[in-house]
Ligand binder design. Structure first.
Ligand code: AP5
Length: 220
């Protein structure tokens, strides 16, 4: 299975991508996570990306595309992958198509998750992320078993992401509407685009995604 997950910040792409990656036993390739690892490790890329991300803006297309092209050639991605966070702009969509063609890879589907803006603002304000292992929680509907302690790795570093502050969330939503949403029109003619509601429990959204993927595979 080779999938792209699209959708606004906070719609649940990361949450669903992790579920899908487990379900299909393929890697979750998330550009935001890759950038945050670079920030944590203080690499040259991380130092450059940190300021841009904290402002809710986008890292340059060429940096992102080079990072993803290298990642897709790792052995664990040979049998499939879930792309989360890329493409983010129509030029990234064009660049990604060129990468996939060079690597001889065909996508199975592009799943776009949609939701009302006020719901994502509420979700992002309550998100907490483990800086150690990247596990994601929500203070309202998915808190850690012990407050402040990561269920997965016992780290006590559960933080609010710098870009989850209210003003930055609004900026990221503006960037999404201006630069990422046009990708739906870019992908619609491919016939691969599947639109799913993100307004439901994590299980409901997951089942909605599996349903559209299954509907596609029975047709082909
Ligand atoms: P990135 O990390 O990709 O952030 P994003 O796209 O803004 O998405 P989020 O991680 O905020 O949300 P999500 O949809 O994954 O939601 P989640 O599952 O966590 O990018 C961050 C930054 O990196 C960008 O702003 C940019 O600067 C840079 N960047 C990354 N990729 C780039 C690229 N290609 N080009 C240029 N720059 C790039 O869920 C959110 C919360 O809701 C969680 O608390 C979760 O528990 C909860 N939740 C999830 N599902 C549900 C549900 N069904 N019901 C209730 N709560 C739910």
């Amino acid at each position: 299975m080779r999938l792209i997950l699209l959708g606004p910040p906070g719609v649940g792409k990361g949450t669903q991508a992790r579920r899908l990656a487990d379900h299909f036993a393929i890697p979750h390739v998330a550009t935001g996570d890759m950038l945050r690892v670079n920030i944590r490790d203080k690499t040259a890329l991380g130092m450059k990306a940190q300021k841009i991300m904290a402002q809710g803006k986008l890292v340059s297309d060429d940096v992102i595309l080079a990072m993803v092209e290298a990642r897709l050639q790792e052995s664990d991605a040979m049998n499939g992958f879930i792309l989360d966070g890329i493409p983010r702009t129509v030029p990234q969509g064009v660049g990604l198509a060129a990468i996939l063609e060079r690597l001889g890879i065909q996508l199975n589907a592009i799943v776009a998750i949609a939701i009302q803006q006020d719901i994502v603002i509420t979700r992002l304000a309550a998100r907490r992320t483990c800086t150690h292992c990247g596990a994601v929680y929500n203070l309202v509907n998915h808190p850690p078993r012990k407050m402040g302690v990561c269920d997965a790795c016992d780290s006590t570093e559960l933080i609010q992401r710098e870009d989850d502050l209210p003003e930055t969330i609004r900026k990221r939503l503006d960037v999404y509407n201006e630069q990422t949403h046009p990708l739906l029109a870019y992908y619609r003619p491919t016939g691969l685009l599947k639109e799913v509601s993100g307004d439901g429990t994590v299980d409901e959204v997951f089942n909605g995604i599996l349903a559209v993927l299954l509907a596609r595979s029975t047709k082909t």
